[in-house]
Design a protein around this ligand. Structure first.
Ligand SMILES: NC(=O)c1ccc[n+]([C@@H]2O[C@H](COP(=O)([O-])OP(=O)(O)OC[C@H]3O[C@@H](n4cnc5c(N)ncnc54)[C@H](O)[C@@H]3O)[C@@H](O)[C@H]2O)c1
Length: 275
């Protein structure tokens, strides 16, 4: 079997470590380099908690072009920080490397330039702010249910650990967009964040209002519920993440998909999963 030659960008980070561990143990993948700005010179296998050294040292990302010339990766996976991903993934795509980008908050300017290079260099990519298989199926089903139940009330409730800085979560906002789209509305026009204790005139029905509620408690990894409530009955669609493993596993699926993808475009996780 021909192995996918993989470059890992950000192996020292929390997602990078999970992805590195899975990639090092995957029969279809050969990790050819791992670049970061920290842990330079450390053995990747030891860093991710394996007992055996891999003879694969974490290398300084400033040498990225030389490393690419030397090890000739086919696919790069990036979970770093937006400004770093933007610089390093442009270098990768210019070298014809197929990228899987999980890093969030990428700029519009980057996406435009990157998309142009994907076509020019015939190097398709996956960009997704949530690589988890279950979440993407949850998105798909949430839209289908909303389409059937557009006359009902629809509310989104999310819960995360008390350290999470932002609220509502990006996933809650994404599912809100999908639901609004399914009922031909703009989410920003009908989203209603929380309900205050004062007089709160209620605009009835999902087409008028989608409530979004955030809970911050304990060490909850991430729960999302979409509640569809009609006269005398209701449906609750729920996704619960138990750990970040689902995100890392989804990234490995995306790496294998993009290694064989035929069209020179940027794919979503929904496309990776054939949804
Ligand atoms: N798409 C998804 O499914 C998904 C899931 C989780 C996190 N994320 C996103 O992935 C990114 C990383 O998340 P994390 O929790 O692993 O963060 P983290 O802070 O734990 O790790 C980031 C890593 O990037 C490294 N880094 C910084 N600058 C770099 C550079 N110039 N070149 C190479 N490496 C560099 C850091 O040293 C660190 O090791 C964030 O943008 C986060 O929002 C996406």
């Amino acid at each position: 079997m021909i192995l996918i030659r993989l470059l890992i960008l950000g192996p020292s980070g929390s997602m990078g470590r999970l992805i590195s561990k899975l990639a090092l143990n995957d029969d279809e993948i050969e990790v050819v380099a791992a670049c970061d700005i920290t842990n330079i010179g450390d053995d990747l296998g030891i860093l991710v908690g394996s007992n055996d050294s891999t003879n694969l040292k974490i290398r300084d990302v400033v040498e990225l072009q030389n490393i690419i010339d030397e090890v000739k990766p086919e696919v790069a996976v990036d979970f770093t920080i937006a400004h770093a991903a933007e610089k390093n993934c442009i270098t990768c795509v210019k070298n014809g490397i197929r990228c899987v980008i999980g890093t969030t908050a990428l700029s519009k300017e980057f996406l435009t330039e990157f998309n142009k290079l994907v076509k020019e260099k015939k190097a398709p990519a996956v960009i997704s702010s949530n690589m988890a298989t279950g979440v993407n199926i949850f998105f798909k089903v949430a839209g289908i249910l909303a389409d059937y139940l557009s006359d009902w009330d629809i509310e989104i409730i999310e819960a995360h650990h008390h350290r999470k800085a932002d609220a509502p979560s990006g996933t809650a906002m994404a599912v809100g967009e999908i639901i609004a789209n399914a009922i031909d509305k703009k989410f920003e026009e009908i989203a209603k964040y929380g309900r205050d204790k004062g007089p709160n005139k209620r605009e009835i029905g999902a087409k008028k209002e989608i409530g979004v509620h955030a809970i911050r408690a304990g060490d909850i990894v991430g729960d999302h519920v979409v509640l569809y409530a009609g006269p005398g009955e209701r449906i609750e669609l729920k996704h619960q993440a138990h750990s970040r493993d689902c995100l890392a596993r989804g990234s490995i699926t995306a790496i294998k998909f993009i290694a064989k993808a035929g069209e020179n475009k940027i794919y979503t996780t929904q496309e990776v999963l054939g949804l």
